[in-house]
Design a protein around this ligand. Sequence first.
Ligand code: TTP
Length: 205
Amino acid sequence: MQPELVLASGSPRRRELLRTLGVPFSVYPSSVTEEVPGDPFPGELVEILAAKKALAVAHTQDHALVIGSDTVVALNGEILGKPKDADDAVGILQRLQGQAHQVYTGIALVEVDGGKVSRRLIGHRVTEVMVRSMNREEIEWYVATGEPMDKAGAYGLQGIGSMWVDWIDGCYTNVVGMSLPLLYDMLNELDYSVLHSFSSPENKA
Ligand SMILES: Cc1cn([C@H]2C[C@H](O)[C@@H](COP(=O)(O)OP(=O)(O)OP(=O)(O)O)O2)c(=O)[nH]c1=O
C-alpha cells in the first residue's frame, strides 16, 4: 500500500498544484520560522527551508510521505522573499520590472515509517522570469489588489501579475510554488507511483 501524501504547507497555490496530480493527500501547514543561519545561495536556502518545513510535519506522522517546499526570488544574486507590507511590495516590483530575475523553489520529500524518518530527498529548480516595465500607477494599482502580498517577489504569475510577465524560461509550476515535474521524479524515486494512485477525475480539462 502506498503511504499517505502529506503537504506541509499553508500555501493555497501548492494545494492547487498538488491537486492537479489527482492523488489523495492531506494538508498540515508547518509553523517553522523562515530563517536560516549564514548567507546561503538561493538554491541552498530554498532546500534548507523546504526540508525544515517537511521535517517539522514528519515528526507528527506515523506512515507518510511529507512534502515541504519554499520559493524565493533572486535579483542579481539578492534574495527577495514575500513583501512585509504594501510599501515593500511597491519597492520590490519597482526593482523587478524591466529585467529578468530567477525564481528558486525547493522541494523536500520525507518518508516516515513507523513514526521514524526512513528516507529523504531534497531538490530545487530555477526558472527565469521577465517582468516587463510597469509605470507607477500600474504598480500601485496591482499592489492595491492584494495579490502580491503573500507571494515571493510580490507578484503572482498565475494571477493578475501575468499581465506584466513577458516570458519565462523554465518550469511554470516552479514559479507558482512547486515544480510538478521535480515532485513527480522525487515521488518515483521514493517508490510512490502517481499513475497507480490517480483517482480524481475532477481535474479533467
Ligand atoms: C513568484 C510567485 C510566488 N508565489 C507564491 C508561492 C508561495 O506560496 C509563496 C512563497 O512563499 P513560501 O514561503 O515559499 O510559502 P508560503 O509561506 O506561501 O507557504 P508554506 O511555507 O506554508 O508552504 O509565493 C506565487 O503564488 N506565484 C508566483 O508567481
